[in-house]
Design a binder for this molecule. Structure first.
Ligand code: UDP
Length: 311
């Protein structure tokens, strides 16, 4: 088996590279390092079954030799990153998905798209099942990510229906763990970094908005299962354990044993008020559910950031 992972040097991508290597695959990791980092896969570089290609998947791509699986994970994925790179985000969701699907068709490969809970926007249905069509502001600041991913889903279904490609779509909810970038702007690295540096924790709005955090190893396991399932419609993967951002900040304070303040800052535009996956489909179809609880996952992530800050 030879598996190509776009965005393979990113946070989730690098964990996928490891998992597929462990399953005995040859892995081709493709990344342009806009938000990914070669350091994330440095430890894999000596492995004869691992290959790193520097390429922007929004441009035409050619890869020599057979490919059995393509996982399209390339994209800025934090709100701060996609505000920094709005056009690259739109391009990798649209052109990048088209190129990845074109490659899957040429190689007769299985395909899996990394989609997102952002397709539900600021949801009016809670928790969110896959059947919910979402509440997205197309011209808001998050629209560059949300609409690109919605387009990517439509393109993936079109390649499945028109060309018979064996496609899969995962809607990823908030995921965290080692190798998140300290400066990616998301709540986990922001708050953990602040706690470790002894700075006040920035809570946006009044902190009553909720998220549901999934540890990266659980997500990767669900993705591996989904790739091999005979199912083509989207599947939510995430941890249904929901928490308000204020309570989450307090958990980080307790875990880090620091006595810093909470500093309230304005809520960004279109910030979803609630988010929690309905994972009935993943449970039934894949026999999957998250195993790592938040306390344990946060402890492991904090350890990683402690090391990253020292460097
Ligand atoms: N957030 C926060 N403080 C921060 C960063 C984020 O309160 O320093 C909030 C943000 O407003 C959102 C939630 O935490 O309500 C999760 O934000 P994140 O950027 O991690 O991703 P999102 O789930 O919004 O895509």
């Amino acid at each position: 088996m030879r598996t190509l992972i776009t965005g393979g040097a990113g946070f989730v991508g690098s964990h996928l590279c490891e998992r597929f290597l462990a399953e005995g695959h040859d892995v081709v990791c493709l990344d342009n390092f806009i938000t990914g980092n070669p350091v994330n896969v440095q430890h894999l570089q000596g492995n004869p079954h691992f290959m790193l290609l520097r390429h922007n998947i929004s441009n035409h791509v050619e890869v020599e030799g057979p490919i059995d699986n393509i996982l399209h994970f390339a994209s800025p994925a934090s709100p701060v990153d996609y505000l920094r790179h709005p056009i690259a985000t739109l391009k990798v969701g649209s052109l990048g998905t088209h190129n990845s699907l074109g490659l899957a068709k040429a190689k007769n490969a299985r395909f899996l798209l990394a989609s997102t809970s952002e397709v539900y926007g600021d949801p009016e249905r809670h928790p969110q099942p896959e059947s919910y069509w979402g509440n997205v502001n197309p011209i808001g600041i998050r629209g560059v990510y949300d609409e690109a991913k919605r387009f990517a889903e439509a393109m993936t279904m079109a390649y499945h229906r028109s060309h018979g490609i064996n496609t899969h779509i995962v809607r990823i909810f908030n995921t965290y763990g080692p190798r998140m970038r300290l400066d990616d702007g998301r709540v986990v690295p922001n708050l953990m970094g602040q706690a470790l540096r002894g700075e006040p924790l920035t809570v946006y709005g009044d902190g009553s908005q909720t998220r549901s955090f999934c540890f990266v190893s659980d997500l990767v396991d669900g993705i591996y299962r989904l790739l091999h399932a005979d199912f083509h419609e989207p599947v939510n993967l995430g941890n249904p354990n929901e928490v308000s951002i204020l309570d989450f900040a307090k958990e980080i304070l307790a875990l880090s044993n620091t006595k810093v303040d909470i500093k309230y800052e304005p809520l960004p535009q279109d910030d979803p008020k609630v988010r929690r996956p309905d994972i009935t489909r993943a449970r039934t179809l894949l026999g999957w559910e998250p195993k790592v609880d938040r306390h344990e996952g946060m402890r492991r992530t904090m350890e990683y950031f402690r090391g990253a800050i020292k460097k």
